[in-house]
Ligand binder design. Structure first.
Ligand code: DLZ
Length: 166
């Protein structure tokens, strides 16, 4: 879906549950850190705005987007996070490498998301050039980190509501 006419930072604030007490993990890729660092800042700021404590946000870095899969897998295994946000940025180059990394990373994260109780939030930006990425990490299309934070809070709330129906 095109994000061209959409602002990634725009959301209905009244639709976001209170996030006090939620523990959120963030795995962030070092590749294109000028972009992923800005996504991380957006995600953290938005989590805190909705009540998540600084101490309840666990940030770990991995070398590249492809390593997000393993990073998230380890967080699922070794932490008590209620949701995990995976942040990366893959920019198209001259070879088919872009397609393999995007597809592999997306598939790996989707598999983790579908096979664990803890939601995995997809914060991978895949763009044709650096400008498109900058536009989505605090530029003219907002910040995908904000969107990921709101999604994480909503998915933790979703999970909690279902658990309480048992
Ligand atoms: C190798 C590579 C390339 C060419 N481009 C990117 C990129 O744009 N964004 C990104 O996050 N990672 C890139 N990588 C690194 C791979 O994700 C991975 O770290 C290496 O292939 C080692 O597994």
């Amino acid at each position: 879906m095109a994000t061209k006419n959409q602002n990634l930072s725009a959301y209905d604030i009244t639709s976001v549950p209170d996030a006090q007490g939620m523990k959120i993990g963030i795995v962030v890729s070092e590749w294109n850190y000028n972009v992923t660092g800005a996504l991380l800042t957006g995600a953290k700021d938005t989590l805190k705005k909705h009540g998540v404590q600084e101490n309840d946000i666990l940030v770990m870095t991995v070398p590249g987007s492809f390593e997000l899969i393993h990073g998230v897998q380890e967080m699922l295994q070794f932490t008590a996070c209620n949701a995990i946000i995976a942040i990366g940025c893959v920019i198209r180059g001259d070879t088919p490498h872009f397609d393999y990394i995007c597809e592999g990373t997306t598939y790996g994260l989707a598999r983790l998301n579908a096979t664990h109780d803890i939601p995995v939030i997809y914060g991978l930006i895949t763009t044709n050039d650096m400008q498109q990425a900058l536009d989505r990490c605090g530029g003219k299309h907002g910040n995908k980190g904000d969107e990921c934070a709101v999604t994480a809070i909503k998915m933790v709330d979703f999970h909690r509501k279902l658990i309480h129906r048992r």
